[in-house]
Design a protein around this ligand. Structure first.
Ligand code: MN
Ligand code: MN
Length: 462
């Protein structure tokens, strides 16, 4: 063999900058919309509201079971204010399958406990219970915002969002000064800050009346009552999420990356939703699902372990008079979730040849899970082959990998819940640096390649 033929035998994992330089400007433009999406949706509820507005603007109608649907029709359904389901009816019958894109819109955070408010040493705090896999030491000494809903005694609901406007106050969790942290510093990293330490500082001024007790706490309740008409008991009927108060910002002199809270997994949700909205007269019916509860294991009525997604799909089939088992067996799903980007600061955690890298395109994962591939959909080679050929046909820059070194840890995605329903599924996602931290980092070109991947899948007629 000559030199060139020999060279061509090697697989090379190249960057988007080298392979598709023309995509850089498009990625930059696409990510302006993504940053807006991040800033407008820091909770699953907010992402739902924002997505519904976008869907309506794009001509989607609310899905009603039994409604008549024809090719090209666009419908959507919101599951309990926390999950988005959107579909564009294809030219082919659902009996030939459908193309399903899934991502999740809940992110690791701190939730308020049922009885959160207390006062100590003339300071008022909110107790929290962490949601999802956080590294607790990362949460003190950063600006925090409160987002959520409170149901009042009369059943009416009030939205809460404090800490996002430029003139809003923010909140924080304190940490020990280094001068007095000798003992704390000897503890293991995972034990230095405990769940019981994650109390959010919310106020420091008392009510005027000196005869009263818990005067700072009462002052907080007074302010909340005046602003929202609530009492302490109403915290019971609330879902308040404590999230970082930062906005999404460009990272780097070249502005090629984005730093933000909640890339996991809005960085897949936004491209999936945009691709769904761009679908026009697709061959196969396209369905986009933005789900909740992935970070806590997908249980619950808004998680993918529930039937809500499959009920929606069954109802779509019923509307067309198609047996849903036949439709499921012929369907395909891209289950999108973020992956770990190789971090040269921590090379010990990764196996370079099987890692995915920020800037090298959409990541394909045959499997996730832990130990001997437990807790994963291990996509069949046929499905991997379908996807990699689709990506190559559409000149989309992609890479393949695993989460990190074997037996170092692991992680699951929703792919297995879809595959368990007899739907061919494969994991894809955008690589993230500092995943699950309050400030995650992604490469803009990878976000754009995710969009092109969903789009190609929606448009695929094979
Ligand atoms: Mn995720
Ligand atoms: Mn996650």
């Amino acid at each position: 063999m000559d030199k060139e033929t020999l060279k061509s035998l090697l697989y090379k994992n190249e960057s988007v900058a080298d392979l598709a330089p023309e995509a850089m400007a498009e990625a930059d433009a696409f990510c302006e919309g993504y940053k807006k999406f991040l800033d407008n949706g820091k909770t699953e509820r907010e992402v739902c509201t924002y997505s519904e507005t976008l869907l309506k603007e794009a001509g989607y109608r609310p899905f009603v079971p039994g409604m008549e649907l024809k090719a090209g029709d666009k419908v959507y359904f919101i599951n309990r204010k926390k999950c988005v389901l959107a579909a564009t009816i294809g030219k082919k019958s659902l009996a030939e399958g459908f193309h399903l894109n899934i991502a999740h819109i809940d992110s690791p955070r701190l939730d308020l406990r049922p009885q959160p408010l207390y006062e100590e040493a003339d300071l008022a705090f909110l107790r929290t219970h962490y949601y999802g896999g956080i590294r607790k030491y990362q949460w003190p000494t950063i600006p925090l915002a409160l987002h959520g809903v409170i149901y009042r005694a009369d059943g009416s609901c009030v939205d809460v969002c404090i800490g996002e406007k430029d003139d809003d106050p923010v909140f924080c969790i304190t940490d020990l000064l280094p001068h007095l942290a000798a003992k704390q510093g000897e503890k293991k990293l995972g034990e230095a800050i405990t769940g019981e330490n994650l109390n959010v500082l919310i106020a420091s001024l008392p009510v005027e009346d000196k005869d009263l007790e818990q005067r700072v706490k009462l002052n907080v309740l007074q302010m909340l009552n005046q602003a929202y008409g609530i009492t302490e008991k109403d915290f019971i009927n609330a879902e308040i999420e404590v999230v970082p108060a930062f906005k999404a910002r460009d990272i780097g002199l070249d502005r090629a990356m984005i730093g933000s809270y909640g890339h996991d997994d809005r960085v897949d949700a936004y491209p999936a939703l945009m691709a769904e909205m761009a679908a026009k007269d697709p061959a196969y019916t396209t369905v986009c699902v933005l789900t909740d509860k992935e970070e806590t294991g997908s249980d619950g009525v808004t998680g993918l372990n529930s039937m809500y997604t499959f009920h929606f799909l069954q109802q779509l089939c019923a509307a067309e008079g198609v047996d849903y088992i036949t439709a499921f067996q012929a369907a395909k799903c891209l289950s999108a979730d973020v992956t770990a980007a190789y971090d040269p600061n921590y090379p010990d955690a990764f196996e370079p040849a099987n890692s995915t890298y920020a800037g090298k395109g959409i990541a394909v994962y045959k499997y996730t899970g832990a130990r001997g591939k437990s807790g994963t959909n291990d996509a069949p080679a046929e499905m991997v082959s379908y996807l990699t050929r689709l990506l190559d046909r559409n000149s989309i820059v992609w890479q393949i990998g695993e989460l990190g070194k074997i037996d170092l840890g692991g992680g699951g995605t929703v792919a297995k819940y879809v595959a368990n329903q007899d739907i061919d599924t494969i994991d894809i996602g955008v690589p993230v640096l500092a995943m699950h931290s309050p400030y995650e980092v992604v490469s803009k070109v990878d976000v754009y390649m995710a969009y092109l991947t969903f789009k190609a899948f929606c448009e695929d007629a094979e």
